[in-house]
Structure formats: C-alpha cells, structure tokens
Design a protein around this ligand. Structure first.
Ligand SMILES: NC(=O)c1ccc[n+]([C@@H]2O[C@H](COP(=O)([O-])OP(=O)(O)OC[C@H]3O[C@@H](n4cnc5c(N)ncnc54)[C@H](OP(=O)(O)O)[C@@H]3O)[C@@H](O)[C@H]2O)c1
Length: 163
C-alpha cells in the first residue's frame, strides 16, 4: 500500500518506519522535504519524500501527524484528498499544551473531516506515545501485520466523512 505522511516528525516518522518495514511504500512529507533525505535513506527502497501535496497525490492512505495548530493549514497545502483514507493522529492541544483547544461540541477529527472534503477520516494512534511506537519491544507493530490488516482495521473503524 502507498501511504503518505503529512508531518514526518516524532509520530509520522515512527509510523512510517513500521509500515515500510512491513512492505508498504511510504512518502514522508514536510514543508522542507530536503530535511527528510536522511530519514528516507535510512529506511531504503520503501521510502521517499516530498511536499505534502506530492504525498497526497502519491498515496492511497494519508496520515496527518502535525501539531494541532498546523493541522488545517497542512491539509490545505496537501490539496485534494477526495476518496482517500485519512488517518488523523492529532491531539487538539493548545500551543502551550495547557489543555484542549477544542472539545465537548466538536472534535479534532470532525474539524479535520470538514477540511478534507470527500476523505474518510479515521482517528487512530493519537493515544499511543511515540516512545512505544519506536520501541523494539513494542507490541505495536511487532507482529508484522500485512498491509491488508492495517487497511481493513482503518476501514472498519467508525469514521467521519469529509463533506
Ligand atoms: N509525540 C507523541 O508521543 C504523540 C503521540 C500521539 C499523537 N501525537 C500527536 O501527533 C501530532 C504530531 O506530534 P509529533 O510529536 O510527531 O510532532 P513533531 O515531532 O513536532 O512533528 C510534527 C511535524 O509536522 C510538520 N508540520 C508542521 N506544520 C506543518 C504544516 N503546516 N504543513 C506540513 N507539515 C507541517 C513538521 O515538519 P516541517 O516543519 O518540516 O514541515 C514536523 O516535522 C500532534 O498533533 C500530537 O498531538 C503525538
């Protein structure tokens, strides 16, 4: 499966490494893609890098793993993701991490879905600390689940439809 990562920091790089090791093709993206050369090269043939719009065009599934304050801007820069699965890993935290920037009447996934017309938005991995994603002894990702398992899991979860 081709997976595009919007936000290749802690979470995006950790998830991308796991999925690449399971045979998926990953495009990491950044506003400064040249900074991702080392990451992609450390993974090898299953990884490449580019701008968010290039990752969106390349992928069947997209991952949104940017700070909440940047989430809508990052989606806008990705362009159309109509018809794709968008895995939203964000936590809607205030910039100083003092609390939630929204909640009770809406949620990050609902706001992401509004900004991603036609996408199937799935909330996932936002409660998994990155240290666990990176851990070699992790239960998360250690079973070498085939790409189809990831896809099926994402598609079976309740989701928000971008409109
Ligand atoms: N850290 C954790 O343990 C953890 C666990 C679960 C969920 N989360 C959530 O996952 C999200 C990412 O956390 P993180 O720790 O991975 O953050 P991070 O290490 O700061 O990485 C965020 C990445 O987003 C990119 N970015 C920022 N603004 C962007 C924009 N406008 N367009 C495109 N890319 C943009 C940045 O790349 P460039 O500056 O190069 O563009 C950066 O590499 C947050 O919402 C967080 O709450 C974090």
């Amino acid at each position: 499966m081709k997976i595009g990562i919007i936000g290749s920091g802690n979470v995006g790089s950790a998830l991308g490494k796991i999925w690449a090791s399971n045979g998926n093709e990953i495009m990491f993206s950044s506003r400064h893609p040249e900074n991702l050369k080392g990451l992609a090269e450390s993974i090898g043939k299953n990884a490449c890098y580019g701008l968010p719009a290039e990752a969106a065009k390349y992928s069947e599934v997209l991952v949104l793993s940017v700070p909440w304050t940047q989430a809508i801007d990052a989606l806008k820069s990705a362009g159309s993701i109509n018809g794709k699965v968008l895995i939203d890993c964000t936590n809607p935290l205030k910039p100083d991490m003092s609390g939630l920037a929204l909640g009770h009447t809406t949620s990050a996934a609902e706001e992401v879905a509004k900004a991603a017309p036609g996408a199937k938005v799935v909330k996932a991995f936002n409660t998994t600390f990155v240290a666990l994603m990176r851990s070699p002894s992790r239960t998360f990702g250690s079973q070498k689940a085939p790409a189809s398992t990831v896809e099926t899991t994402a598609l079976q979860r309740p989701s928000f439809q971008g409109s």
